[in-house]
Design a binder for this molecule. Sequence first.
Ligand SMILES: *Cc1c(COP(=O)(O)O)cnc(C)c1O
Length: 463
Amino acid sequence: MKQDELRKIPKMDQLLERPALRALCMESPRGGVREAVRLYLDELRLGLCSGTLEQLPSAEEMEAAICTAVHAACRYHLRPLINATGVVLHTNLGRAPLGDEIARHVSDVAAGYSNLEYRLEQGERGSRYAHVEELLCGLTGAEAALVVNNNAAAVFLMLNTLAKGKAAAVSRGELVEIGGSFRIPEIMAQSGAALVEVGTTNKTRVSDYAAALEQGAEVLLKVHASNFKLTGFTEEASVARLSALAQTYGAPLLYDLGSGFLIRPESVGLHDVGSIYVPDAVKQCDVVCFSGDKLAGGAQAGILLGKRELIERMKTNPLNRVLRIDKLTLAALEAVLRWYQDGKQALEKIPTLRMLRAGQDTLLERARALAARLADCAPALCFSAEPCLDEPGGGSLPAVTLPGGAVAVTGASPADLAARLRTGEPPVIGRIHRNRLLLSMRTLTADDEAALCSVFAALEGSR
Ligand SMILES: *Cc1c(COP(=O)(O)O)cnc(C)c1O
């Protein structure tokens, strides 16, 4: 019996003559298709010999399995997916999405040559920072600006340039770890700055910083506690009071904002979120830095703003070349910053701001409409709209939740559903809450919603 089946395994060339595989050879490299066929035939042989397979699949089944394998092998490893988690700046899912308009501009710049470091009027060498420096200064009131690869790099460059070999005072409540092993004490040590801890974990007063300055500290560093919240018996020195103190002692005040807002937080419905409105921080500090792809809603970058003389020193630090921003990021950043020039446009066009701002009523209404659409695509499952709690994410605003709306999917095991959605095309990442799979509306675009219909239809077809 086993011998009979083994003899029936088709030859590679026979299989390659099947219509679907012939078509596949036209669109994919022929070597890749042959390799997939060879692996598949090996698998059949092994299955028959070991007894895990009793009977050969039909020729049609073989053809379909090989096509699936070739398509999977040809797929990009890094590819788009649908974020249905309701976490707007999801660190594992690429933080801020840029949207179609900006992506098109980035793609234009990427496809060919550009004036990255070239002054068109003069026909001379130019600066890559020129594309965004004026925009950033105009939006924030800063004297000068510099952009680097990410905010971790910005913090490092700032400390290495302005605090190397000096004592820098930091509150014990702000010696934070951001994730990905970025810890303030370690980054300071690497930069050459000497950390002077002031205050306690829960309470740090202006007088604590003053005492450190009296004892020889030459720099003040403030760090936004991005991913945790101190509550209870706490006290923090305000940026305004630190600013006055820094001026008295002639020490620079450096502020790692982590996630800065280029628009007033109230305009996206966020109240009492602390001192993270960039123009306010710029007024009070000598240098401020923050991420381009957190609440700013742009591309991965570290943005440094502040006094001209200090920014110039950072520009000419040889490390700046190591931490340099690339042209695709610059293209994206310039495009986002242009939108900020008109607050109304920024709120409507920048995906991060649009998602943060979406109200629960609107989201629930969208959830009801999507649930009805999905019920038509996948009649074997149940879909219903319900309230949920979303998050800004990205270590930006700890303890802030955003009331939202989701489609709850029932009628199958949530873990099984979640796994099948993750491995589908495009992959869909949902959230399991109280033993049900939720698809939060906040982070879905209109295109995502349409794609979800096909995803669920395919899921149903493959059951
Ligand atoms: C996120 C964050 C960083 C690191 O920024 P990246 O852009 O991720 O490099 C540094 N400091 C603070 C306070 C942060 O919140």
